[in-house]
Design a protein around this ligand. Structure first.
Ligand SMILES: [Zn+2]
Length: 154
């Protein structure tokens, strides 16, 4: 596929995956929940009010969209999404999980490296309403709390 990223795009997810913290990425190494040979799981930097601490699963290598993702990596992402969904249920005590994956700007993709969102859901939460508002940048210290809880919950 033709690249959809702006020219000279510095991929913030690749920086995180490579262990680089800089002004070009919001990912902090302390936000990493899980990593294997193909995929990494991060606490997302931007949160939805009422559904805090949601995860993104990303390939370790750079693929912009679902269209570019090798099936082997996609299969691993699927497996890890099941494991992580169960972990969120156990640790956050959420009532459900919503997966969301955006492709291209018209599909609400903002970071041009494939990522699958896993949102903890609660009965009577305001998720769909909050999602249409602007998500907010979480504090690093708050993200670390969620990472620690998840690592303890494994
Ligand atoms: Zn990337």
């Amino acid at each position: 596929m033709k690249s959809i990223a702006p020219k000279d795009y510095i991929c913030p997810i690749c920086l995180g995956n490579k262990g680089i913290e800089s002004d070009d990425t919001l990912l902090k190494q302390a936000d990493l929940v899980f990593k294997d040979d193909l995929v990494s799981v991060w606490i997302n930097s931007f949160w939805i009010k009422g559904n805090e601490g949601h995860l993104i699963i990303v390939p370790n290598d750079h693929y912009e969209t679902l269209y570019d993702l090798p099936s082997e990596v996609g299969h691993r992402i699927f497996e890890v999404s099941k494991t992580m969904s169960k972990l969120l249920k156990k640790v956050y005590k959420c009532d459900g999980i919503t997966l969301r994956q955006n492709n291209e700007p018209a599909g609400d993709q903002h970071a041009f490296h494939y990522h699958l969102h896993l949102f903890p859901r609660y009965i009577n939460d305001n998720f769909n309403k909050e999602l249409t508002k602007k998500s907010y940048l979480s504090e690093s210290s708050k993200r670390i709390e969620f990472v620690e809880r998840l690592k303890e919950g494994v």
